[in-house]
Design a protein around this ligand. Structure first.
Ligand SMILES: [Zn+2]
Length: 544
């Protein structure tokens, strides 16, 4: 067990600061928790470090988040771990007060070794599937021993320990936050049978599931199939900015943005439902209200919402790269906490990106609404949601020119739909982004811009960057994409965040007062904006 304990590198007070150690600025610093940083974050209960490391207390054998409200233990009795799984593997139990299962997820570990972040994404989407670590390693194109070694090196725990801890944490969350029968909790968190679930919970928490549920402080009466989840993030979080981006792009009937709330219809494993998300700023939480019939999908749905709203982002690390550029530094200071909006469904997002290639955001939203009315599945629900976005099968042969698309755009969307139907393009459980993007680019009408935009928003690639975008070039007052690419080297591995900021710059400089629908006329693509009219031909050449 002690095998997994991370060796701490103690630094002198003069050399330690918050930007080093946990700032993920280089491969070397990622491996080591900086004792000074951890200690200071622990004593001050700093929410910016929530989920970036865990505190284990030798005397109580319990591990905590950096924000635990319990009186801090003596430093000499404390050990720091990079992940909850590492603390669990070392024999510590999750704290019942700060509830490590509620902490924001492990930040994106980009750059080297990409394998770890891809593996984490796969585990978070579907756990360790049949075949376990061997199968996971094979999907990632590495040996299973190598994968284990990488995990131990970077996360302090093996892939199976990470998957096991996630499963346990989700079960605990369902016990605490829902009224589901324990047999449903067992099923939803992937334990298979109630006996194994009971035994697992008792072993970790030294209590039965029922005893734990009694302990849960604020239980709410929830109607059947309705859930309330509180998903944490590391502050700051620019929720207003997130909604300002999503609102003009909300597909009528499928998505609604109103009064600080984002709402949408969803489908998973043959079941339909919807969720809505709002901000509880004081608690660094997004509140999710979910209506869904099958508890087995709860894990997938909550994880997808986490990705969609970029809740695992580590602002402290992102800001380090972006601040080095004067244009971005101003943006970072005036609008901290920006996130890259993800999506619920990759096919839907890619379709929207294609629709937006030649026309205004408003025009694309209008067309998306027509596609939904014509080809989407009707969905009975109040609050502005009337349809589910059409499945690829519905669009593979759809007569899209009848609702106003050009022949070329219609064919591109059909080709995309067919590629998804026959499995050539699969947005789910992506283990290799590059292969997926290359396959997308094989579809006539999908080029580098669209692929990079999909990488940003559907694959959650923090370094994706549509360098051919006119809006981005204009925001930086640059003439060519080559110049932009050169300048953007300094923003790695967070170029997607830079792009989001630069689109804001372009919008306020050339496209009116931000992405308000009335001003969206001048916005020519999903993300970029240009001044006045741009010839559709040059526009397409730039960004398909
Ligand atoms: Zn605690």
């Amino acid at each position: 067990m002690a095998h997994y304990l991370i060796e701490l590198r103690q630094r002198g007070p003069k050399t330690s600061n918050f930007s080093v150690g946990l700032g993920l600025s280089s491969l070397e610093t990622r491996m080591e928790l900086d004792w000074q940083v951890c200690s200071q974050a622990r004593v001050t209960r700093d929410a910016r470090f929530d989920g970036k490391f865990f505190i284990a207390v030798l005397t109580s054998r319990v591990y905590c988040r950096s924000i635990c409200p319990a009186p801090p233990a003596k430093e000499v009795n404390v050990r720091y771990f990079p992940t909850a799984a590492a603390a669990a593997e070392a024999g510590f139990r999750p704290c019942l007060r700060c509830r490590p299962e509620c902490s924001p997820g492990t930040p994106a570990w980009v750059g080297t070794p990409n394998t770890v972040s891809r593996a984490l994404r796969l585990i978070s989407e579907s756990g360790l599937e049949e075949g376990g670590v061997e199968a996971l390693a094979e999907r990632l194109g590495v040996g299973s021993r190598h994968l284990r070694r990488l995990f131990l090196q970077h996360l302090g725990a093996t892939p199976s320990a990470v998957a096991k801890t996630r499963q346990m944490h989700f079960a605990k969350k369902l016990i605490d936050e829902t009224n589901l029968l324990m047999s449903d909790v067992a099923l939803a968190s992937g334990f298979g049978c109630v006996r194994r679930f009971n035994a697992g919970i008792r072993k970790v928490y030294h209590r039965t599931p029922t005893q734990i549920r009694r302990l849960a402080r604020q239980r709410m009466v929830q109607a059947e199939n309705q859930y309330l989840f509180r998903l944490r993030f590391r502050p700051p979080y620019d929720w207003k900015g997130m909604l300002a981006f999503l609102a003009p792009r909300a597909t009528p009937g499928v998505e609604v943005v109103v009064n600080g709330i984002y709402r949408r219809s969803i489908s998973s494993n043959g079941n339909d439902g919807y969720f809505e998300v709002s901000l509880d700023e004081g608690n660094n939480v997004l509140v999710v209200r979910l209506q869904f019939g099958d508890p087995r999908s709860l894990f997938f749905i909550t994880e997808r919402i986490r990705t969609m709203f970029d809740l695992n982002a580590d602002w402290a690390a992102i800001v380090q790269s972006l601040r080095t550029d004067p244009v971005l530094a101003r943006q970072v200071d005036s609008g901290p906490g920006l996130r890259v909006p993800g999506c619920w469904n990759g096919f839907e997002l890619a379709t929207r990106a294609i629709l937006g290639q030649q026309i205004t955001v408003r025009g694309a939203t209008l067309l998306a609404g027509r596609i939904v009315t014509r080809f989407g599945k009707p969905f009975c629900s109040a609050d502005g949601l009337t349809h589910l976005f059409p499945a690829p099968e519905m669009l593979a042969d759809a007569k899209l020119t009848r609702i106003g698309l050009t022949g070329a755009r219609a064919e591109t969307i059909r080709a995309l739909a067919r590629a998804v139907c026959d499995g050539r393009v699969n947005f789910e459980s992506v283990s290799d982004s590059e292969t997926l993007l290359n396959r997308l680019c094989e579809i006539p009408g999908i080029g580098k811009w669209t692929a990079q935009y999909v990488a940003m928003r559907a694959l959650g690639e923090p370094d994706a960057f549509p360098s051919g975008d006119l809006g981005l070039m204009r925001a930086m007052a640059l003439e060519t994409s080559r110049e932009l690419e050169h300048r953007a080297e300094a923003w790695r591995p967070w170029r997607a965040y830079a792009a989001m900021y630069l689109w804001k710059v372009a919008q306020s400089a050339f496209g009116g007062n931000g992405p308000a629908p009335s001003q969206a006329q001048k916005v020519t693509t999903e993300g970029s904006s240009t001044h006045g009219h741009v010839s559709p031909l040059s526009d397409v050449a730039m960004r398909n």
